[in-house]
Design a protein around this ligand. Structure first.
Ligand code: CP
Length: 356
C-alpha cells in the first residue's frame, strides 16, 4: 500500500548519484563543429570505425545538450526514426527514443520481428529497402551478429548498431566514455597540470559481452588517458579474452593485466566497470558469479563504478547512495550522447551548433 508520504516526491536529480559536470566538459574542449559533418549519413556499426577528434566533438555537443536541454527542442522536426528492437532493452531503446522525441522528431517502433514480414520469410535486405522509404535513420538491436551487415547493402539511410548479439554496442561505449570525461574533464587536456592517466578495472567477459568489447575498442582511440586496464574475469570461463583485442590495445601502448581476483584489484582502480550479463543466442547468460561489488568492497576513495545495466547480484543496491555510483549518471547521460549523435547523422548539426 502506498502511503500519503510516498505520494510526495522531489523531482530534482539526487546529488549522490555521481555529480556529472557537462559544463566543465564544455570548457575543456575547443569547439570544432565542422568535424561533426563527417557523421552525416554514416552507419555506426563498430567502435573501431570511430575517429577520436570526432568523438571529442560529439562529447562536447552532448554536453551542450545536457547543460541546457530546453534550448534544443526541434532540430529533428520532420525526421522519422525507425526503432527496431528484436531483443529486450530498457535503456538503449528508451534512451534513443527519448533523445529523438526531445529533439522534435517522430518515431516508428518495432519491438517484435514477428510483427513484420520477417515472419513470412522476408529477407532483411528487403526490409531494409522498405526502411529507406519510411524513415530517415534506423536503430537496430538484433540477437544475430550478422543482421546489421545483411541490411547495410540495401540501406540508403544511416543505421546504428544498438547491440548485435555478442559482438558490439558502440553507442553504449560512447556513453561510457562521455561519463568518464564528465567525471574528469582534465583527461581531455593531457598538457594540463591536473592530468593523470587512470587505472581502469573491467569486470566481464570480453569475448561474450558486446558492451565490454566496444568499450575496450573505444579505449584504443584514447590510449593517453589509460595508465592500465585490469581485465577481471572468472577463470572457469573458456576463451574469455579475445587475443586479437588484447593485441589491439597493446599496439597503442595500453598496459593490460589479467586478473581473477576482484577484491585484490579494487584498491588501486580509479574506474571500475562491471557487467555480468551477456545476451547469447535467444537468452542471456550470467558470468562471474563470484564477483560482487557492495558498499563494503575495498574501493579506492574517489573511484567511480560504471555498469551498462541491467544489473544482477554483482552490483549491490547498497552502492546506490554512495559517491561511487556513476552508473545512473551513465544511463542518464546516454540520452544526451544519443541526441548529439542522431542530430549529426541526419544532417541537422548546423541547427544546433549556432545555439550557445
Ligand atoms: N545498456 C544496455 O544495453 O541496456 P539495455 O539492454 O536495457 O538496452
Amino acid at each position: 500500500m502506498v502511503s500519503a508520504q510516498q505520494v510526495e516526491f522531489d523531482r530534482a536529480q539526487p546529488d549522490v548519484y555521481g555529480d556529472a559536470h557537462p559544463k566543465a566538459l564544455l570548457k575543456a574542449i575547443e569547439e570544432d563543429g565542422e568535424l561533426l559533418h563527417c557523421l552525416e549519413n554514416k552507419h555506426i556499426i563498430s567502435a573501431d570505425h570511430l575517429d577520436k577528434s570526432v568523438l571529442v566533438q560529439l562529447f562536447r555537443l552532448a554536453a551542450k545538450f545536457e547543460s541546457n536541454p530546453a534550448r534544443y527542442s526541434s532540430p529533428l522536426q520532420g525526421k522519422i526514426l525507425i526503432s527496431a528492437f528484436y531483443e529486450p532493452s530498457t535503456r538503449t531503446r528508451l534512451s534513443f527514443e527519448s533523445a529523438w522525441h526531445r529533439l522534435g522528431g517522430d518515431i516508428m517502433s518495432i519491438t517484435d520481428r514477428s510483427s513484420t514480414g520477417i515472419a513470412k520469410g522476408e529477407s532483411l535486405q528487403d526490409v531494409a529497402e522498405m526502411f529507406n522509404n519510411y524513415g530517415d535513420c534506423v536503430v537496430l538491436r538484433d540477437t544475430a551478429i550478422e543482421s546489421i551487415e545483411e541490411m547495410i547493402s540495401s540501406l540508403r539511410i544511416p543505421i546504428i548498431n544498438a547491440g548485435n548479439g555478442t559482438d558490439e554496442h558502440p553507442t553504449q561505449a560512447m556513453a561510457d566514455l562521455y561519463t568518464i570525461f564528465k567525471w574528469q574533464p582534465q583527461l581531455l587536456q593531457p598538457e594540463s597540470e591536473g592530468f593523470s592517466p587512470i587505472k581502469i578495472g573491467v569486470v566481464g567477459v570480453p569475448s561474450q559481452m558486446r558492451t565490454v568489447r566496444s568499450l575496450l575498442k573505444m579505449f584504443v582511440h584514447f590510449p593517453e588517458i589509460v595508465d592500465e586496464i585490469v581485465l577481471i574475469y572468472d577463470d572457469s570461463v573458456a576463451d574469455a579474452v579475445d587475443e586479437s583485442q588484447l593485441a589491439q590495445l597493446r599496439d597503442v601502448g595500453i598496459n593490460i593485466t589479467l586478473s581473477h581476483d576482484l577484491n585484490a584489484s579494487l584498491p588501486s582502480l580509479d574506474v571500475v566497470y562491471i557487467n555480468s550479463i551477456a545476451w547469447v543466442g535467444e537468452s542471456y547468460e550470467t558470468y562471474g558469479k563470484s564477483f560482487k561489488l557492495t558498499s563494503c568492497s575495498p574501493l579506492k576513495q574517489g573511484a567511480i563504478i560504471l555498469h551498462p545495466l541491467a544489473r544482477g547480484e554483482e552490483l549491490c543496491t547498497s552502492l546506490d547512495n554512495t559517491t561511487h555510483n556513476w552508473y545512473f549518471s551513465q544511463a542518464r547521460g546516454a540520452v544526451f550522447l544519443r541526441q548529439a549523435l542522431l542530430t549529426c547523422m541526419v544532417q541537422r548539426s548546423s541547427a544546433v551548433m549556432d545555439v550557445v
